[in-house]
Design a protein around this ligand. Structure first.
Ligand code: UTP
Length: 416
């Protein structure tokens, strides 16, 4: 142990992170080992370069952004049936799996527990997880298959998520056979001086590494192997917080298969040119998503010859991937984006700091940054009222909140 500890101290000194051992002597043996394991797993070079990136201007300014072409699901005419039949055949043959990303912290919603356990206030009081499961059950019945459901959790919410499924008897969707949980990766949080934070437990304070962690997590956890074993070729990946998400869409799948693309994404048209959403684009020729903060007013308002917004296709985290595309995406590291968040931590004097405003950097990879690894990608515009009812904020915000999601859900399912 002493030798290991000495080696770790040398590394920490090199990177100016010696304080990570401040609580070491106060920990029991199990936690001592955990801390050392954690420190050994940190990529300090990466952390150093991430800290340096917090000092730089937004580098995206030099990228060449151009519009991305798309298909409108309701303007496909006779092609609609054609694609639908191709997709239906593949779904019936058991080639589709669904993945729900449920590793986020849901800070804006402020719900005490994993976001998927949130009750949006329907008369049934079903949680987001159950609403999603209802959709899978309904579709499975339609195609006479059972669509395997893979759920990504974080270290922070994994136990609570599984306990919730246990409590609700997996909503009748058969544990072990059809539902599989896997954890996403984490990355340390940092203060504004570039010091990695120590959490209340005396261990390194880590946070989930963003929804872009999905590819690596699917590969590392062995879920991709499981999918292959099950004969899965296509994987729908969506968020946990869209209660109208349609995970099984034969038209989307038919398009992907027919056009031989490995990624096919759904979009909804922006509610207005300045809606705060990311939109599909090409970045330096490659498929990508541009954040609302990156787009100029002129770009946001520009239209094509039909009066359609050139940058109007919002990314709604409804994306279909071939299994092989996920494997490839899992190999290449994605860039990290910076978020400034509130984080409790133990300071160098051993005191617990409880901030009331953001005080720490959190680093997140975005799923859509991997789109650039493919040349060909399909985007399918669907109807917002049919497929997009996100629960992001608390009701105070009055937008993308439980109240708006509930209204949209009830309208779609004629529950009023
Ligand atoms: P958001 O980016 O909206 O984040 O996630 P969030 O964690 O739900 O909420 P805020 O930003 O803290 O308020 C979109 C989807 O991606 C998942 C979320 O669970 C949600 O389904 N996600 C996000 C992950 O699975 N892991 C992450 O690290 C981040």
């Amino acid at each position: 142990m002493d030798r290991r500890l000495e080696e770790i101290k040398t590394v920490l000194k090199k990177y100016g992170q010696e304080h990570l051992l401040n609580q070491y002597e106060n920990l029991d043996d199990v936690h001592k080992k955990m801390l050392l394991d954690q420190i050994e797993s940190i990529d300090f070079e990466l952390m150093q370069s991430l800290y340096q990136s917090t000092k730089k201007e937004n580098k995206h300014g030099e990228d060449k952004i151009t519009p991305m072409d798309y298909l409108d699901k309701y303007k496909l005419n006779e092609k609609y049936k054609y694609y639908e039949n191709i997709g239906k055949k593949a779904i019936r043959a058991g080639k589709l799996a669904a993945v729900t990303m449920a590793g986020g912290q849901g800070t804006r919603l402020g719900h005490d527990g994993p976001k998927g356990t949130f009750d949006i206030g329907l008369d049934s009081h079903k949680s987001l997880f159950e609403l999603l499961c209802d959709n899978l059950k309904e579709e499975s019945k339609k195609y006479d298959v059972t669509i395997p459901w893979f759920i990504m959790t974080s270290k922070e919410n994994n136990k609570e998520t599984i306990a919730f499924f246990e409590k609700h008897k997996y909503f009748g969707y058969q544990k072990d056979k059809n539902i599989f949980f896997f954890e996403q990766g984490e990355i340390p949080m940092m203060d504004t001086e570039g010091k990695i934070l120590i959490g209340e437990d005396g261990l390194v304070k880590q946070a989930a590494n963003g929804h872009g962690g999905i590819y690596e997590a699917l590969v590392k956890s062995g879920m991709i192997d499981k999918m292959k074993h099950l004969g899965i070729e296509w994987v729908f990946i969506g968020g946990v917080d869209n209660c109208l998400v349609k995970m099984v869409d034969p038209v989307l799948m038919g398009i992907a298969i027919d056009k031989q693309v490995t990624v096919a994404c759904k979009s909804v048209v922006k509610a207005n040119p300045h809606e705060k959403v990311g939109v599909f684009c090409r970045r330096n020729g490659k498929p990508n998503v541009i954040e609302y903060s990156e787009i100029t007013d002129e770009m946001a308002e520009s239209t094509d010859e039909n009066g359609e917004l050139l940058y109007g296709e919002s990314h709604i985290l409804c994306n279909l991937f071939s299994v092989s595309a996920i494997e490839r995406m899992g190999e290449a590291p994605l860039p990290y984006h910076l978020a400034y968040k509130k984080a409790k931590y133990i300071d160098k004097n051993g005191n617990l700091v409880v901030p009331d405003s953001p005080n720490a950097y959190k680093f997140e990879a975005f799923l859509f940054d991997a789109f650039g690894t493919v040349d060909k990608m399909a985007v399918l515009r669907v109807k917002r009222e049919e497929e997009f009812a996100p629960v992001k904020n608390s009701d105070d915000a009055n937008v993308d909140c439980p109240r708006t999601a509930r209204q949209l859900y009830k309208k779609f399912y004629h529950l009023d």
